[in-house]
Design a protein around this ligand. Structure first.
Ligand SMILES: Nc1ncnc2c1ncn2[C@@H]1O[C@H](COP(=O)(O)OP(=O)(O)OP(=O)(O)O)[C@@H](O)[C@H]1O
Ligand SMILES: [Mg+2]
Length: 209
């Protein structure tokens, strides 16, 4: 899946270099290249998802503060580019048992969404804490939120809202839901006052080691 896309991209780039072209031609080529990148992102997401779904995966004891901090550092540049404040609030030692790669993908999808759908100069807060019921991951933003009538539907594969021009494939939250289910965790989306979305992944209590 990746190889033919890479070949198409190389050809399109070669074409762009060779064509002096008018402004309209350059625009179309830029659009073409952007579409190729989008197709590439979709393929990467689908491949990661299908890898995750294969067979039994190893579970490990995971310190959420370390995992969240890795994901947040990886996405910090995206937040800076949008002039957003991205903050992390996770004390060390909040542990869950699970599939490290899958949980990292879960967190990354939630934080990517929060950054992508929150306007410039907004804020995104990522946190982990222990509750009476078990550990929780919370990703909160100051964006437009999701209307109650859509909160179930956005968890479906390929389902997207209007999004004023933000691109995506509609797979992220379906993956988040799938990974949460696999860990016996619940995913809930809630409004934040005065504005924003809070996504909570609540894990069951850890079995004693
Ligand atoms: N933090 C958020 N604030 C507002 N809307 C959101 C937020 N997260 C998700 N959404 C809405 O839910 C839809 C589905 O999200 P999902 O992550 O599944 O797909 P996507 O972001 O469109 O694409 P992908 O994650 O596959 O790149 C989004 O298109 C967007 O409309
Ligand atoms: Mg997404």
């Amino acid at each position: 899946l990746r190889t033919p896309l890479a070949a198409i991209k190389t050809q399109a780039q070669a074409l762009r270099r060779r064509l002096a072209g008018d402004a309209a031609t350059r625009d179309s080529l830029a659009n073409l290249l952007a579409s190729i990148d989008r197709a590439g992102q979709l393929v990467d997401k689908l491949l990661a998802f299908s890898r995750m779904q294969k067979g039994r995966r190893e579970t490990a004891s995971i310190d959420l503060s370390v995992m969240l901090s890795d994901v947040v550092s990886g996405l910090a540049a995206d937040a800076v580019a949008r002039d957003q404040e991205l903050s992390l609030d996770a004390a060390p030692g909040v542990l869950v048992r699970g599939d490290r790669d899958a949980l990292e993908i879960l967190v990354r999808n939630l934080v990517e969404n929060a950054i992508r759908y929150t306007e410039r100069s907004g804020a995104v807060t990522v946190s982990a804490h222990e509750t009476d019921a078990g550990a929780e991951i919370v990703v909160e933003d100051t964006g437009p939120g999701i209307p109650d009538a859509e909160k179930e539907r956005v968890l479906r594969r390929f389902y997207r809202l209007g999004n004023n021009g933000e691109i995506g494939s509609g797979l992220g939250l379906a993956i988040v839901k799938w990974v949460a289910d696999r860990h016996g965790a619940t995913l809930s989306l809630a409004d934040v006052q005065p504005r924003g979305l809070r996504c909570t992944v609540a894990f069951p209590p850890r079995p004693a080691d």
